[in-house]
Design a protein around this ligand. Sequence first.
Ligand SMILES: Nc1ncnc2c1ncn2[C@@H]1O[C@H](COP(=O)(O)OP(=O)(O)OP(=O)(O)O)[C@@H](O)[C@H]1O
Length: 241
Amino acid sequence: MSELLRIEQLSAGYGEAVVIHDVTLKLGEGQTLALLGRNGTGKTTLINTLAGVTRQHGGRIELGGVALSKLAPHQRAAAGIGWVPQERNIFKSLTVHENLTAVARPGREGSRGAAWTPERVYEMFPRLAERKTNLGTQLSGGEQQMLAVGRALVLNPTLLLLDEPLEGLAPIIVEELLRAIRRITREEGLAAIIVEQHPQAILAISDEAVVLDHGTVVHADTAASLKAQPELLGRLLGVGR
Ligand SMILES: Nc1ncnc2c1ncn2[C@@H]1O[C@H](COP(=O)(O)OP(=O)(O)OP(=O)(O)O)[C@@H](O)[C@H]1O
């Protein structure tokens, strides 16, 4: 498996404030990484630093051998970063279909699965197909999340960044999204970093797991190994404290 993402001694934050320090990690093509940690430990900041919307203070980020640190967010999207921020980045005044066609871009050479088109997004999320002509404002939280993932997919990324994709969603929608994320990563071979507060479901569909505390990596292992050690996981996430 070849390397897709390499992060070396990364530090970043907001203005002068440094929130993440000395983060080093790697991810192979098509691999899924669960990014875990208590509230306020820097998970979103790390994701946002990959997307290019924080201030990078030091270190390196490479995606497929391309150095990202000096690139603007739209250039990172062109380089293969598919960012689904916590606040679900959709155009609420456009229809579902317009949201998908406004950003669609042909597949990049060398991507493993077939290129993502609005039609393939509808196949993945039949609920969106039913809502094609509805405005973003008329969607439920789950449908908005599906559309946010769809918008990232039609840019044909090599790495999907999902920031708490399951937050606040009904259990049945959580199941649907988890199934879709598993298909996108396992069957379509897209690499992903998934931030979650509730880790068991995400560990079950991830290859690797990294835990942050106070902006640094305090644990890095396979997802299966961390999942099999609930006491360690509880300690790392401060459960029961
Ligand atoms: N826009 C911002 N400006 C300044 N500081 C910020 C900003 N966003 C986050 N922070 C600070 O950065 C630290 C890490 O926050 P971050 O949101 O990355 O953590 P997190 O692990 O994603 O937490 P959560 O699970 O609550 O989303 C916190 O101390 C937070 O107060």
